[in-house]
Every structure is written in C-alpha cells, then in structure tokens.
Design a protein around this ligand. Structure first.
Ligand code: GLU
Length: 466
C-alpha cells in the first residue's frame, strides 16, 4: 500500500488516557507497518478547554510509549484561516449556505423537533433569502447535506455501515462569530495533511457520515475509516477511573514498562492468533486493521502485570537498575555508592524474580543499600524476640570467617545450629529478620553473600544490642 499517512488527533483537554494511547499506538503501528507517516495533530479549537499542560501530558505520554510522530506537531487552531477559506469556497460553489438564525431561534426549533420526535436538520435557511435587515446580521455557514439517498462508510473494523441522508443535519461549518467548527476543521486538516487512514474510537463513527459528505462536497478523496470499539472495564461497563481509565503518566508511575504497556494496549483490541507476548518489532510486522476486534475490549490489570513481569525479566540487571535508580536514590536521600550498585546488580536476578512492577524492584534493591539501622516489621520483631544473645553469637561466628563464600558461610551456620542442637530454621529465621528487617527477600545464603561480610555482621550486631 503506497503512501500511508495516519494521524493521532487528541483534544488537549486532559491527560493522555489509556483509550487515546491505544488509538495512537494503532495509528503508529499501521504507519510503521507500511513505512508511511504518523502525524500528531492537537485538536485545540476549543479554546476554553484546551490547556498547555494537557498538550505537554500528551506529548510526554507518547514519548514515554515510544510513539514518535513524524514531522511537526500541528495545532488545529492555527489552521483556522484555512478552515474559513474552505467554508467560503463551499459557499461560493453552492455546497453551503448562509444561516441567519440566532442562537435562540435555533434552540427553539431544535426543541420543537425533539418534542415532535423529528430529526433537527438545522435547515431553516436552506431555501430562504434574507430581507435587507436580516442580511445585515451575522450568519453561520451550513453544509447543504444531500436529502435523498444514503451514506455508506466502508469501515475496516465495523464493516459497511449505512445511514439515510435524511438523518444528517445541515451541520454548521463556520459559526456566526467566524470560528470554524470541529467537524469542518477535522475534515480540512485530514485532507491537507494527506491522511489516508483514520483510525479512532468508535464514538466518532456517527461523525464519519457527516465528515464523508464534507469530503464529497469538496471533491476530496475520503480516507479509509477504522473505528475501534471502546475499552470497557473487566465488568463489561464503560471504562472508569476505578477500572484503570487513567493517564499514561499514572501507568508510568505505577511502574509499568513502556514495552509492556505497548504489548498490552496492542492486545487490548487486536489479536494475532493466540499470541499474547508480541514485541514491538513483531507488532510492526503483523499489525493490520482486519484483526482489530469488533467487540469492546476489557481492561485487565492482571494481564498487564503479567506482561510487565515478562518484559522486566527481559532486561539486563544494568537496565533494570537504571529504571529504578532515580526512585531508589529519592527514597534513600543520597546517591547510590559503587558498592551498593554492585550489590544490587548481583542481587537483581532474584529481585526481579519476585517483582511485578518497578516499585517492587525499588523495594527489593533497597535491601542492598546502606540502610542501617533497619526498621523492623512487626513480624521481624517477633522473630527477633529473645534472640539477642543468639544473634550476637552468630555475628561473632560469621566474623571469624576469613573466606566469605556461600558454601563457607552456609557451613558456618549449619555447624552453629548443630553445636547448639537447634533446627536450622530456628537459626536462619532470626538471621533473615536481622538482615532484612522483615522485607521480602530471596535465598538467605545469597543474601549474606551479596551483602558481604562487613554489612551482614553490622546488621546482625544492630539487632544484638538490647
Ligand atoms: N479530537 C478527537 C478526540 O479527541 C478525535 C477526532 C478524530 O480522531 O477524528 O476524540
């Protein structure tokens, strides 16, 4: 397919939410698959609701997801003169007309139509000429919609969808204050940007019929449409905050990796056989519109966690450390020392084994930092109760080791237990509590090994003092 151009066209009225992120991803993948272009257009025509903070959140959310757009980011608002020009052109060619109705008159006619169960077509000035007084009024420009026949959208996801043209209103293109409507702006921009495929949420399907007629009125090629079913919560209801309808930034903060998020969003509405783990490279190779699901996808945090676990394990210890270093240093209040970094790197395979999200890695890694004296959990306190003397003895025994190696350390602990006729668990549990303060940890001998003799003994001695 030559010259594919897709676009993501968010309205900057809030954060980049999960549905928007998925739309952006599909547009990006489709463009990358065909070696085409993926454009970002900020639909900021609603001046009262558009904010710079929202634009920044959208741009940074896309950056975090790795969805780089091609060319300049465009502002729809800045194209207003061009939108006006198109409205004027349609007026000149008789495809549009001047509507002199005031806001009050329009509201009254709309209310009457509703009361009578009729479609409000907004066509009160379609076949009417103004008198001299009215002609001096400000006017809106409305599109002359065809009244007969039907409009069919061949949607790549929804299939062929038809509406009767009698249900389409003579929509306003230019308001009486000279501002272009959203409907006009979208069509003009999509045409001017050379967009070939419009992939977006199916809440825009109804707009597509009206937009189709506007493309037709201008004699422009109509792009292909693909309206994706919206995302629902696990209970099948419309996605709410409780379900996970949060900004992409919230997912970054919760400790999901962008690659896990991409994989998750891809599968949330698109499939490739039974494949669950799909790398971005594979996604670019395989993505198509045919395999977009026709029913609403259900958001599922467990699946996202599973994918995140998978992708975290694909990273090297060094990569993982760099993912968490900032947060870890924030928690410690000081930069990591080389010794701490080395310990964390050595422990990383077992840390990541128990982690679902990045904060779990921060927790696991913090155990290997200089955090003495440790704050004990209640459980650790219980395990250490009455064990002060024993811990002091263990500390002395371990201090005597001259060759700090896992098997030597293990043998020393075993013989300590045997000499006192204690079960090995009875000795190990308080040692672990002293070394970790009760935080989750992996194999005890590995922990002792990685902490090193000095740090391990210092932690034991901290708990030996009453
Ligand atoms: N600006 C619209 C929105 O945020 C999208 C319009 C479109 O994709 O055509 O929902």
């Amino acid at each position: 397919m030559p010259n594919v151009v897709t676009r993501f066209a968010p309205s900057p009225t809030g954060f980049l939410h999960i549905g928007g992120a998925r739309t952006a991803l599909y547009n990006w993948l489709f463009a990358r698959h065909y070696g085409g272009e993926f454009l970002l257009r900020i639909e900021d025509t609603d001046r009262a609701r558009s904010t710079d903070a929202a634009i920044a959140a959208i741009v940074s959310g896309m950056e975090w997801l790795g969805l780089t757009s091609d060319g300049e980011v465009t502002s729809q608002f800045e194209q207003a003169p061009r939108h006006r020009e198109v409205a004027e052109h349609l007026l000149k060619t008789g495809k549009a007309y001047k509507c002199y109705a005031t806001a009050e008159e329009t509201a009254a006619l709309r209310a009457t139509a509703r009361e009578n169960g009729e479609v409000f077509r907004g066509d009160m000035w379609r076949d009417r000429q103004p008198d001299a007084e009215t002609a001096a009024r400000a006017y809106a420009i409305r599109l002359k919609m065809p009244r007969d026949g039907e409009t069919t959208i061949k949607d790549s996801v929804q299939g062929s969808v038809t509406v009767q043209n009698s249900t389409l209103d003579d929509m306003i293109l230019l308001r009486s204050d000279g501002t272009p409507t959203y409907m006009l702006a979208v069509v003009v921009d999509d045409h001017d940007m050379g967009v070939t495929h419009i992939i977006r949420g199916d809440d825009h399907l109804n707009n597509a019929f009206r937009q189709y007629q506007l493309f037709a009125a201008m004699g422009w090629d109509v792009p292909e449409f693909a309206h994706i079913p919206l995302i629902h919560g696990p209970d099948g209801k419309k996605l709410s905050k409780r379900h996970g309808a949060l900004g992409v930034d919230a997912y970054a903060e919760m400790g999901f990796l962008p690659e896990a998020m991409r994989n998750y969003l891809l599968r949330l509405g698109w499939s490739h056989g039974d494949d669950e783990i799909i790398t971005t490279q594979q996604a670019i190779e395989w993505f198509n519109l045919e395999n977009i699901g026709k029913g609403p996808a259900r958001f599922d945090f467990d699946k996202l966690d599973n994918l995140n676990t998978h992708y975290m394990r694909q990273l090297s210890a060094i990569q993982l450390l760099s993912c968490v270093q900032n947060d870890l240093e924030k928690r410690l209040g000081v930069p990591l020392s080389e010794a701490e970094k080395n310990r964390i790197l050595a422990a990383m395979p077992s840390i990541v084994d128990r982690a679902k999200r990045l904060p779990d890695i921060v927790d696991g890694a913090s155990l290997f930092c200089n955090i003495r004296p440790l704050t004990l959990t209640e459980k650790a306190m219980k395990l250490l109760e009455g064990q002060t003397a024993q811990i002091a003895d263990v500390a002395n025994e371990l201090a005597a080791i001259t060759d700090w190696k896992p098997d030597v350390v293990k043998a020393a602990i075993m013989s300590f237990a045997q000499a006192r006729d204690l079960k090995i668990g009875k000795v190990m549990q308080p040692i672990r509590a002293a070394l970790t303060g009760g935080a989750p940890s992996g194999d005890l001998i590995e922990l002792l090994d990685i902490l090193g003799q000095e740090e391990a003994i210092a932690r034991l001695k901290d708990q030996a003092i009453t």
